[in-house]
Design a protein around this ligand. Structure first.
Ligand SMILES: NC(=O)c1ccc[n+]([C@@H]2O[C@H](COP(=O)([O-])OP(=O)(O)OC[C@H]3O[C@@H](n4cnc5c(N)ncnc54)[C@H](O)[C@@H]3O)[C@@H](O)[C@H]2O)c1
Length: 267
């Protein structure tokens, strides 16, 4: 039975955000945003399974999570491959017996002009950002339905809503699809208490955008469009994802939450 948090006996406001006893899978866990999220969620009490094509980058974060007394598992996973995703879910269940939170942070960007974007590279962006997100949602969603609920947070982008003046025909299309997938899964799985939301960052300083930020004219153009006057660090993404993972957001589903320093508020 659904019990709103304010009817839980003696719950304190801070406990609304507590993830103690929860298990979170993070795809792209070894990436810039993934590492910050894994540590931040562990600091709120969650045990972590970090899944990434390139898991070596997760070593220091794994040590930091262990030092907090939380459990952590690191796996090499290719999100576009059904078998690899299915193995990831089996490992999570073997290790933790339940999966409460899925964060889909695996993603790539390939930047080329639309008129000469090679279709195989466009497809690669779609495969990782869309097919990968769907496969992990499907495999973990099945477990959450059997468990009686769970929370899924897809990492979209402001580019899911807005076009870009150059080079983003693959990335924008893929993130628009992530937004649509988020909404439709929220509709389909609400009755199972599986809540599906997305967060849509603007610019976050990670390897994904470093090449762009290294070009002064691109960096200045980007900064000029952000009302708070600077781009985000990966840690800026932690609070909203903890919120969407926690009890505090038990009546939120199908939403795309922009974390962009006000960028999408303007023109
Ligand atoms: N950095 C930004 O400005 C920004 C803005 C908006 C949205 N995002 C999104 O946030 C997410 C995380 O990006 P990031 O900035 O941390 O980038 P990142 O490159 O640091 O991390 C992405 C991670 O995904 C992993 N990955 C890539 N392909 C994979 C695959 N097939 N299977 C498994 N893992 C795979 C990479 O190994 C990497 O560790 C992405 O979906 C990205 O589109 C980033």
């Amino acid at each position: 039975m659904y019990v709103p948090y304010y009817l839980l006996p003696g719950i304190t406001m801070i406990e609304l955000f507590d993830l103690t006893g929860k298990t979170a899978i993070l795809t792209g866990g070894a990436g810039g945003i993934g590492r910050a999220l894994a540590l931040g969620m562990a600091r709120c009490g969650a045990d972590i399974l970090a899944a990434d094509l390139d898991p070596d980058n997760f070593k220091e974060t794994a040590d930091a999570i262990r030092a907090l007394g939380r459990q952590v598992t690191v796996l090499k996973v290719e999100v576009t491959e059904e078998q690899s995703v299915s193995d990831m879910v089996d490992s999570a269940l073997e290790e933790f017996q339940h999966i409460d939170i899925l964060v889909n942070a695996a993603g790539i960007a390939i930047r080329k002009p639309a008129e000469s974007f090679p279709i195989n590279e466009w497809q690669k962006v779609m495969d990782i950002n869309v097919r990968g997100t769907f496969l992990t949602c499907q495999a973990v969603g099945k477990v959450m339905i059997e468990q009686g609920g769970g929370k899924i947070i897809n990492i979209s982008s402001v580019r899911g809503r807005f076009g870009a003046p150059k080079d983003y025909a693959g990335y924008c299309t893929s993130k628009g699809a992530v937004d649509a997938l988020t909404r439709t899964l929220a509709c389909e799985w609400g009755k199972y208490n599986v809540l599906v939301n997305a967060i849509a960052p603007g610019t976050v300083e990670t390897d994904l955008v470093r090449p762009m930020l290294a070009k002064p004219e691109d960096a200045e153009r980007l900064k000029a469009r952000i009302p708070v006057g600077h781009w985000a660090m990966p840690e800026d993404i932690v609070g909203p994802v903890v919120f969407l993972s926690s009890k505090a957001s038990d009546f939120i589903s199908g939403q795309i939450i922009y974390i962009d320093g006000g960028m999408t508020a303007g023109t």
